[in-house]
Design a protein around this ligand. Structure first.
Ligand SMILES: NC(=O)c1ccc[n+]([C@@H]2O[C@H](COP(=O)([O-])OP(=O)(O)OC[C@H]3O[C@@H](n4cnc5c(N)ncnc54)[C@H](OP(=O)(O)O)[C@@H]3O)[C@@H](O)[C@H]2O)c1
Length: 249
């Protein structure tokens, strides 16, 4: 049990990658704070953790709302592990990008992540230990049509990760990011269309979509003491997507 006596907060753990991450952290002994806007799904994630013998609680929060971010940080108290997973992803071609969804992505993915981390990391630094893993995307590391704002919002988080690693390294806090490739979660598959999504998965070197659990395994590794000498990196977990050469795409 590598996270015994530790508390972990996973944002956006009402579904998909965040839910799998919360389940894994709790299985390894962390008291896990589940968060998101959907209380029914949050309660269901907590029930799944408890059914597997773990300990968890749900705190409702909307990361696009700064008051809600502050409330989450206060309610969570001191955490040892923070997983910044919550993300808004209303993709749009640049010529069709609305101000509304532009602001949703920036407010949730950038501002919410930043100010939640700011509050929780102050407590980690005071204690001299902690680990933060943020979930970004391969769309922030490469050019992908239709994801200009989404990719930029997550690239900002990759940049925070490097800056924070430098700023807090000597105070015992590590920061890393996991950049998932095409990952088969219900909401994303519904948005893209299951068939089209699977066709995208078929194009990556491993020839398939990733599973939420496979992304969660990388997040949990980076959060754990097994990654004690790793900080400031963004790890693509993408079935080889980032390794594709121009003639292979
Ligand atoms: N699936 C992929 O192919 C893929 C690829 C690259 C990166 N990612 C990233 O991976 C992360 C998880 O995505 P997923 O695929 O697991 O999709 P998902 O199931 O839709 O998960 C998104 C999570 O974020 C939460 N969330 C969204 N807006 C929020 C807000 N304003 N305040 C608080 N929580 C909010 C949602 O919870 P509520 O609805 O309860 O608020 C949900 O739990 C996201 O950051 C996404 O950008 C996914």
């Amino acid at each position: 049990m590598q996270f015994e006596n530790q508390t972990a907060l996973v944002t956006g753990s009402t579904s998909g990658i965040g839910r799998e991450t919360a389940l894994l952290l709790a299985r390894e002994g962390a008291f896990t704070i589940v968060s998101g806007r959907n209380a029914a799904k949050g309660t269901e994630t907590v029930a799944a953790i408890e059914a597997a013998g773990g300990k968890a609680r749900f705190i409702a929060a909307d990361l696009s709302d700064l008051d809600s971010v502050r409330h989450l940080a206060d309610e969570a108290g001191e955490v040892d592990i923070l997983v910044n997973n919550a993300g808004a992803y209303p993709f749009a071609p640049t010529l069709e990008q609305s101000l509304d969804t532009f602001e949703t992505m920036l407010d949730t993915n950038v501002r919410g992540t930043y100010f939640l981390t700011q509050t929780l990391v102050a407590k980690m630094a005071a204690k001299g230990s902690g680990s933060v893993v943020s979930v970004t995307t391969v769309a922030g590391l490469t050019g992908m049509a239709g994801t200009s704002v989404y990719g930029a919002s997550k690239a900002a988080v990759d940049s925070f990760t490097r800056a924070w690693a430098v700023e807090f390294g000597k105070r015992g806090v590590r920061f890393n990011a996991v950049a998932p490739g095409h990952t088969d979660t219900e909401n994303v598959a519904n948005m893209v269309g299951q068939e089209d999504f699977e066709a995208l998965g078929a194009k990556v070197p491993l020839g398939r979509l990733g599973a939420a659990r496979e992304i969660a395994e990388a997040i949990v590794f980076l959060a754990s003491p097994r990654a004690a000498y790793i900080t400031g990196v963004t790890l693509p977990v993408d079935g080889g997507f980032m390794a594709l050469g121009p003639t292979e795409q």
